[in-house]
Design a protein. Structure first.
Lengths: 139, 139
């Protein structure tokens, strides 16, 4: 497979605006508008770091997977997202090599990308998202 | 302060070569030579992701801080490193804004950079390293 780069690093936080203010006021980072991702029951605040993005993710209700993550592990680094050229090819290759996938088929991500998650037990405890940018989403 | 980009994401693993093999054989990533960082009692295997680096870090003995991290939290994402233009200025600004620093002065990093760590309690549970590349280190 061809990895094009690190698309983003995601951080789970309990209070989006508290941590967002620190990144803005102390680190000088400028956030995009907060995005609601209803199907995952989260809000996302994205900051560009120049070469990649940092995403703050917070649950909108206690049924969110991210809410259970905070209960279990506390706030902190959650996953990394790798941009791939061809997600179907990437998933087939990983399966062939015995890597465990959480998603068996790509699903639609927040900005029209096709995404899938790899199980952390296959990658040294790191939750890895794969993301393929679609040609027709205007990006 | 001016953040120039994400320098690397660091992942703590118990078995460097096991996880390294997965990244190489399944994800198609090519590692640099393994580096011994004796003062931190760790070995580091670095992979370029194109726009930034992924570092696998493993303890060389049980006195390593990274060994205690594995005992407490298990393998997984450990810290992010932000490249800054001027680390003295960055640290002064963070202190002024009430952000808690682990290192009060920059120290020498593995590749001749000047580095300092910011306490996770100030940044949504994320351990953040700041790194200033030195002009005279040939990089």
């Amino acid at each position: 497979m061809r990895i094009k780069g690190l698309e983003h690093v995601a951080v789970v936080v309990a209070d989006l605006h508290k941590v967002g203010s620190i990144l803005r006021d102390a680190f000088g980072l400028v956030p995009d508008e907060v995005e609601n991702v209803e199907k995952d029951r989260v809000q996302v605040m994205k900051f560009s770091l120049g070469n990649t993005d940092l995403e703050l993710v917070t649950p909108t209700d206690e049924m969110s997977a991210v809410s259970r993550f905070i209960d279990k592990k506390g706030e902190g680094l959650h996953h990394i997202c790798l941009a791939v050229e061809d997600i179907d090819e990437a998933m087939a290759e990983l399966k062939e090599k015995g890597v465990v996938l959480i998603d068996q088929e790509p699903r639609l991500g927040a900005t029209g990308c096709r995404v899938a998650f790899v199980h952390p037990k296959s990658v040294g405890g790191v939750l890895v998202e794969l993301s393929e940018k679609r040609e027709d989403n205007g990006e």
